[in-house]
Design a protein around this ligand. Sequence first.
Ligand SMILES: [Zn+2]
Length: 316
Amino acid sequence: MSLKNKLKLKTNLKKKIENESAPKKDTRYLNFYDLKDGEKMKILFVPCAGSGELYRKWKVHGPNLGIRGVGGVRCSDEANQQDCPACQQGYALLNEGKEDGNDYEAYKEEAKKWFSREFTLAQCLVLEAPFEVSESPDNNEVKLIRLPWAIEEKIRESVLEGIVDEDDICLRPFVIKNTMNGKYNTYKNSFFHPKQVDDEVLEAFDDEDLVVEPYDLETIDVIPEETTEAEVEAWLEKAIAKYNQENGTDDDEEEEEKEPPRKKKSIQDRLKDKKSSDDDDDEEEDSKDEEEEEKEEPSRSAGASSLRERLQKARK
Ligand SMILES: [Zn+2]
């Protein structure tokens, strides 16, 4: 395809900008994070409409990187049991770290950034709240809740220690309590209420005027699409480039120090070459060889090698 064709937009930019500039908050989610220090909210977990499970989990690469403009990608190993290049990037860094014993911790930190973050989605009914909870467009009383780690841990602990029987876990109100730690919300003091919910509270939800429709968490649109190995690979290439740029390990800056520049030729050089290629065939041959060598380098080691360069620099 010619460059001229490539420069044509295929999408409706105006529509895209309009959508982006008016991001709508998804009001299907429970706004429990609005609880102030010491405030509580009483909820009842609701099983998934399809599977009957309490929650649904998935994994996304990207959130741990902590840089903007990269976005996230679903882990292809978790979603499709296909090799996941982003997971491999993390493992490659860990292995590098083992070889280079001195900086193992630094490699471990770096690896963590490439590993996925797990998300857990559940749903609930709100029994008591100190404020109006966000209302879904269809007025569904069932709210989605992305479980913070502390609440998930509390559920796990309560089930394992027999504090709550798994058969009536959805009949035991759960109290979400926010205890501020500095400027951060924490939910570690949340707990299952010792008594089952009263029948009359449940009956109140049977009102004909109320919408009480549990979501099917297997098919709900808030979970990122499943990915293939190739899709993660494509994401990873972009993410590594962006990451190196943000961290000053862009190859451009290393130019003076590093002899064999691993970067591709700049466009200016290419244009220069193009002009002179007619009268200088030998040089053309050379550069082809170089390029073939470059291709043999697996792209996923790029992150590891930039880290190595950064560590070497720091030691100097
Ligand atoms: Zn993965």
